[in-house]
Design a protein around this ligand. Sequence first.
Ligand code: CDP
Length: 232
Amino acid sequence: MNNPTKVIAIDGPSASGKSTVARKVAAGLGYRYVDSGALYRGIAWKAADSGCDVARNEDVVAAMGRMKVEFFEEAGAIRYRIDGVEPRAEIRTERVSGLVSLVAAMPEVRAQVTRWLRDMAQFGDLVMEGRDIGTVVFPGADAKFYLDASPEERARRRHAELKPAGETADVNRVMDSLKNRDQRDSGRATAPLKLAADAQVVDTTGLNIDQVVEVILKRLDKPLSKSSPPLS
Ligand code: CDP
């Protein structure tokens, strides 16, 4: 094979636990963790910040063309800077969550992000999470998982994440926002969220993070490494 890099794809809807689980699975395997949604969020954030109308395809594509995006590896993850800045809390706001699925539905944006994600294989073995990793970005991934949870459980989890970040949305509003995003992500024409035929489904509703990680590592036939670095 030309590309000996291993890729584990973890897809699923909003707040299904993908990020924390994927980070821990990567640490357990000694692979690099990639949060593909952070790139879509970064483009939405930067485009909105530069004053462009994020509902207009050509404006977003022009803004994206002006962004200088660089990738680097740190603490077991592939991270990025846009125009010299690594976006963090600013891409996790409800405002950006409300804009991101518009931007992520644009074919030119998806084509660019997909190229960036595929190029990350040059860093080494990857655990990549998102919506279309097993279906579009790496259809030949070594293993594919699809995490899901009930809408109520997902809203509860996202609400609990937002509170310490100082966002005050109530749980019903969070559920509506997740539903809207799920609908846009599943209904778009280009690379919609869907289950890959060869993905293994894990319903995380009654499970905590470590139990989900254990299920995945067991299915990958690897015990959780005792020497994995602590996760922040
Ligand atoms: O907040 P949550 O974990 O649910 O989502 P995320 O992983 O941060 O992704 C944010 C948004 O980016 C999603 O709602 C999708 O619209 C988009 N996305 C995508 O289209 N394809 C991916 N591979 C990853 C994210």
